[in-house]
Design a protein. Structure first.
Length: 268
């Protein structure tokens, strides 16, 4: 999972780096002039001292001690051949792209089916220098006695937050969501993604967002063929991505998600 996601992130960041390099080259002369002007320097120092708008009190990042009640009940269509996997799942997992920084905080609570990730990019907010890509979730192991077509779903609710700001000549990006993945004997074969948000700012822009509570995710499905003699892992997880390219003035990105991964369903 790490190798596949890291390769995709590296490919995307390579394209973004080319655009950023062009932007920084265009603005470099203006930045040098601004740094030499005393009034501008005072303004920049004042801006650096201005607190960054962050959600610092993410109480939902704490591990809980007992099974919680889902904030939104699901309507479930049970048909012949449907299997339901509920809390606690077979296993839990969490990781981040080693090419970037570690998440500011991450919690994986298998007893309650909840994961929480706070990813930050920007030294002023205690984050990585350039980017963070982190994921966490749960999974189940599956086998079959005969070849069969399978469809997997998962019911999820998320509480989403982000804060991004970019100085002159800089940019910042935040993304987050949930996804499903399927592996056969450890090899990737299928996935589906529910991107809950994406925001990019540049040129002295600031944007702060909170979903103000949990909301259900979009319906996403994964399809694959199960064959006897193989072991399949069906995973549901949450992810965040935060990236920044510095300019003149403070630039940061915070991506925070709390996900209730309530149940997984398999039809085969």
């Amino acid at each position: 999972m790490i190798e596949r996601s890291s390769a995709a992130t590296a490919h995307r960041r390579a394209g973004a780096a080319e655009r950023t390099a062009i932007s920084q080259a265009l603005y470099a002369p203006l930045i040098r002039l601004a740094q030499q002007d005393p009034d501008t320097a005072d303004t920049l120092r004042s801006a650096e001292e201005t607190p960054v708008p962050l959600d610092e009190d993410l109480a939902h990042l704490r591990r809980t001690d007992s099974h919680g009640t889902p904030e939104t009940m699901a309507k479930l269509d049970i048909r012949a051949g449907t299997e339901i996997f509920g809390i606690p799942y077979h296993f839990e997992w969490a990781w981040h792209d080693p090419a970037g920084g570690a998440p500011f905080e991450i919690v994986v609570d298998r007893d309650n089916g909840r994961v929480a990730i706070d990813g930050r990019a920007g030294p002023k907010i205690g984050g990585a220098d350039d980017f963070v890509s982190a994921r966490a979730g749960f999974g189940v192991s599956l086998q079959t006695t005969h070849e069969v077509s399978a469809m997997g779903r998962a019911y999820r609710t998320t509480d989403d937050h982000y804060s991004v700001g970019a100085g002159f000549g800089g940019d910042a990006t935040t993304e987050g969501g949930t996804d499903l993945t399927v592996f056969e004997n450890g090899n990737f074969i299928a996935s589906a993604t529910d991107k809950r948000w994406r925001k990019r700012v540049s040129q002295n822009e600031v944007d702060v967002y909170s979903s103000d509570g949990f909301g259900p995710g979009a319906t996403i499905d994964v399809f694959w063929t199960m064959r006897p003699g193989n072991t399949y892992t069906f995973n549901v997880g949450a992810w965040v991505f935060a990236e920044r390219h510095d300019g003149l003035g403070n630039t940061w990105s915070q991506s925070s998600i709390v996900a209730n991964l309530i149940f997984m369903s398999l039809f085969r």
